[in-house]
Ligand binder design. Structure first.
Ligand SMILES: NC(=O)c1ccc[n+]([C@@H]2O[C@H](COP(=O)([O-])OP(=O)(O)OC[C@H]3O[C@@H](n4cnc5c(N)ncnc54)[C@H](OP(=O)(O)O)[C@@H]3O)[C@@H](O)[C@H]2O)c1
Length: 260
């Protein structure tokens, strides 16, 4: 029986690269995101390059009903061997801005609720097969509170914590969970931030999505529980653990401040 990999956020950036890595490793692949045309184009190139089956299931992950429908369609009659919970969003901005709740609501719906639903469904499905790999794309942001990007950082802290806890629960079942934690990466994620509003982080030279995805995919394949991508990023997760939390929050706030 063919083994399938379900990749969320597969139309752009890291998700597109994860889909390529899955096809390269011989998995049949299900691509999901909202941009159907981009997904179809990537699906066609993966079929040509790797001779695997690729299905596109468009879904807006802000809608929990659409997330459930996505899982039903993806898993019907198939063994899902890999789930990559990659779709995510988050913008810089002040929490107290009166701009309304929709930005935060979408961030929580995709980064927290959709990822949790898919992870729960996949964990049960994979446990039934006695095998499977789940990757949750968290972030360096999951290790520290993030002034000016507070909801995003909190959402990634949730995903990191959930992933580690369930990984422990599922030890010995044949199912592994890997929280991949990239630092800032060159993708469309920051594209909406115009030059005037770039943060210090996004002004630095950034690693490519292909390099970051390859490191994450390798960690998932080995069944690693947490993978911080990049040595400097890894070192930057150690300091916050031994420093006063207030200082850590202050310094992170400087890095995320706009108008540098
Ligand atoms: N780039 C970084 O610096 C960085 C650093 C650490 C962690 N991460 C994490 O890495 C993951 C991938 O980010 P990226 O940098 O590759 O971002 P990206 O280039 O902006 O891609 C985001 C992907 O998520 C999908 N998506 C967004 N909203 C969605 C929705 N409502 N429903 C379904 N799909 C949706 C997008 O597809 P559609 O627009 O077509 O729906 C797209 O495929 C995210 O979880 C992000 O938090 C990124």
């Amino acid at each position: 029986m063919a083994i399938w990999a379900l990749i969320t956020g597969a139309s752009e950036g890291l998700g597109r690269e994860f889909a390529t890595l899955a096809a390269k490793d011989g998995f049949d692949v299900i691509l999901t995101a909202r941009s159907t045309a981009k997904l179809e184009a990537h699906a066609a190139s993966l079929r040509r390059a790797y001779n695997v089956a690729v299905e596109v299931i468009p879904a807006d992950l802000t809608d929990p009903v659409a997330v459930e429908t996505l899982w039903e369609r993806a898993s019907a009659g198939r063994q899902i061997g890999v789930l990559v919970n990659n779709a995510g969003l988050g913008r810089n901005g002040e929490f107290a801005d009166a701009a309304g709740w929709s930005r935060e609501a979408d961030t929580l719906a995709v980064n927290v609720t959709a990822a949790t639903i898919l992870m729960k469904r996949a964990a049960a499905h994979m446990a039934g097969h006695g095998a499977g790999r789940i990757m949750n794309v968290a972030s360096l942001a999951g290790f520290v509170p993030g002034p000016h990007m507070a909801v995003y950082h909190a959402s990634k802290a949730y995903l990191l914590s959930l992933s580690e806890a369930v990984s422990e629960e599922m030890r010995g079942t044949g199912v592994t969970l890997t929280a991949v934690c990239p630092g800032a990466t060159a993708t469309q994620f920051f594209a909406a931030d115009d030059a005037e509003h770039k943060t210090l982080l996004t002004r630095m030279p950034l690693p490519t999505a292909a390099a970051v995805a390859a490191a994450g995919w390798a960690a998932m394949t080995k069944g690693r529980r947490v993978k911080v991508v990049g040595l400097l990023n890894y070192l930057s997760t150690i300091l916050p653990r031994i420093s006063p939390r207030r200082w850590v929050t202050f310094i992170t706030g400087l890095l995320l401040k706009r108008r540098w």
